[in-house]
Design a protein around this ligand. Structure first.
Ligand SMILES: Cc1cc2nc3c(=O)[nH]c(=O)nc-3n(C[C@H](O)[C@H](O)[C@H](O)COP(=O)(O)O)c2cc1C
Length: 326
């Protein structure tokens, strides 16, 4: 993990991936104070809200932490300005290929830029464009996902990139044995979300946490697109009333489209808006029936609330034991 630790400035190269509504000051500070690396989820926050969240996190930890910005945020460059104002050391650009000038704007104030890439060619292009590190995230992960599993991404990307570049592996990691395996393949460290979402320090609603503790791997399902005309971005979340009704909603809108009662733009908007605010409803309000319970397949290994420090200590113990057995 030495390379990952040196890059992050942390004791272990375990990042807690940004989770909207969950990765706020308490979880982020707990992560960094426990020797991991916390990342604030900016999500749809305004620059003013991000400003307050970074200041609040700094009040709780003197250790390094990062900020995750969504590339299609309309105020992306203002948000980068907020990170600059606070001297944030690591900015993660998520949700798409970074727009022109964004990587340079972050590097201009000396921060490290961490990116995602769905293909090897795009990963190489982003490193040429100045990215400092890459997260490869497989389809086992919670939240918005791509189509390829972590194990296949690791085999495709690590042999090509890991000798020269800092690469973190994410998606489906629940035990230290798995961390050890990816480190052996050349990863600099790992990023995990599901394992930390329900830590004692997480402000997620108690009912959200209970749903995680009850769930098995097979309950964390990918959203399915029913009609070719109505695109659905794949999201992995625990199945509930909301996910069931989403299928019915797609059929209903497709029928309206067939009948000519709505045009294509309106139909696509109705599908897009179905989940608006749904993660907040689940995490903050505890509406586990209609909200979005984003979770990865490793949710089956999350069975009780534990402090972040205990989770990290266990992962490191398991990882060390696995390497010692070798
Ligand atoms: C509840 C939840 C919300 C998430 N929200 C975001 C987000 O806002 N931005 C982002 O880049 N990734 C998000 N993710 C993905 C995580 O940052 C992380 O990459 C992922 O959880 C790793 O896979 P794992 O869940 O198998 O550990 C979210 C994941 C979960 C479980």
């Amino acid at each position: 993990m030495a390379r990952g630790c040196a890059f992050l400035g942390s004791d272990t190269a375990i990042l807690c991936g940004a989770m909207s509504w969950v990765s706020e000051r308490n979880l982020v500070a707990a992560m960094s104070n426990s020797g991991g690396f916390g990342v604030i989820a900016c999500g749809a926050m305004t620059p003013e809200l991000l400003d307050a969240e970074i200041a609040g996190t700094k009040a709780l930890t003197s250790k390094p932490f990062g900020v995750n910005l969504i590339t299609m945020h309309p105020d992306l460059f203002a948000l980068i300005g907020v990170c600059e104002k606070h001297g944030v050391g690591h900015v993660v650009l998520a949700g798409g290929i970074p727009p022109k000038g964004s990587i340079d704007a972050i590097k201009a104030f000396g921060a490290q830029v961490i990116v995602f890439a769905p293909t090897l060619a795009l990963a190489k292009k982003q490193f040429r464009g100045g990215a400092d590190a890459l997260v490869i995230e497989g389809s086992e992960a919670g939240g918005h996902i791509g189509p390829i599993s972590t194990s296949v991404l690791a085999q495709e990307f690590l042999p090509e990139l890991a000798a020269e570049h800092v690469v973190f592996v994410a998606g489906g990691i629940g035990r230290g044995d798995m961390i050890a395996a990816y480190l052996e393949m050349g990863a600099a460290g790992v990023q995990m979300g599901t394992a930390f979402a329900c830590a004692s320090e997480s402000i997620a609603h108690p009912d959200f946490k209970k749903a995680f503790f009850r769930a098995k791997a097979r309950d964390a399902e990918t959203s399915v697109q029913i009609d070719a005309r109505l695109p659905v971005i794949p999201v992995r979340a625990l199945k509930n009333k909301g996910t069931e009704e989403f299928a019915a909603k797609q059929r209903e809108v497709a029928l309206l489209l067939d009948q000519g009662s709505v045009d294509m733009g309106e139909a696509q908007l109705q599908i897009e808006h179905y989940w608006a605010g749904a993660l907040r409803r689940a995490v903050v309000d505890g509406d586990i029936e209609n909200g979005s319970l984003m979770a990865g397949q490793s949710v089956g290994m999350v069975t009780a609330e534990e402090p972040v420090a205990d989770i990290i200590a266990r992962l490191m113990r398991e990882s060390e034991a696995a390497l010692t057995r070798r």
